[in-house]
Design a protein around this ligand. Structure first.
Ligand code: GDP
Ligand code: MG
Length: 175
């Protein structure tokens, strides 16, 4: 019989990134296993919980998604406060969104805690034919800034569960 976790962690995870990069879609793919082609980007529940069980540890994620505030290129400090992990998302078909992601990373470095587990996510890899930001560009930037890098697609589910499992593993290790 599978062993249940003997340690419980509750962790706040925040999503950052330009409007339209797929933050809400990544969360919905992870939490509900679904994808919506015409996601209404300004409408969001903004808060989701999901539990992931690893070998010895159960991680309960409190996921904070924006309800469109990122449009104004700033988020209230309470959005990051107490976060254990952050996911900065850009869209591989938009160079602007990559530049914006770098700004979010800098903002996190300014406002966030130095132990914040931060992932850089290049989303929409299913749109390879429209790619504007090379894989190695994202990878190099992540490396230079101490971030973990992953390419994902909320549409095909590529690397989405992997993303949250990786974060859970890092949280478990840090706990
Ligand atoms: P948010 O503003 O960052 O929360 O972005 P949304 O999740 O609202 O997504 C914006 C748009 O991009 C929606 O039309 C989504 O259906 C679409 N989208 C999100 N993720 C992907 C993806 O991985 N691939 C493709 N092709 N479209 C995506
Ligand atoms: Mg959204």
């Amino acid at each position: 019989m599978a062993r249940t976790g003997n340690k419980n962690i509750q962790a706040k995870l925040v999503l950052l990134g330009d409007m339209g990069t797929g933050k809400t879609s990544l969360v919905l793919r992870f939490v509900k296993g679904q994808f919506f082609d015409f996601q209404e980007s300004t409408i969001g529940a903004a808060f989701f919980t999901q539990v992931l069980s690893l070998n010895e540890v159960t991680v309960k994620f409190d996921i904070w998604d924006t309800a469109g505030q990122e449009r104004y290129h700033s988020l209230a400090p309470m959005y990051y406060r107490g976060a254990a992990a952050a996911v900065v998302v850009y869209d591989i078909t938009s160079s602007d969104s990559f530049e914006r992601a770098k700004k979010w990373v800098r903002e996190l470095q300014r406002q966030g805690n130095p132990n914040l587990i931060t992932f850089l996510v290049a989303n929409k890899v299913d749109l390879e034919d429209r790619r504007k930001v090379g894989n190695e560009e994202g990878e190099q930037y992540a490396k230079d800034n101490g971030l973990t890098f992953l390419e994902t697609s909320a549409k095909t589910a590529q690397n989405v569960n992997e993303l949250f499992y990786e974060i859970a593993k890092r949280l478990a290790k840090a706990a």
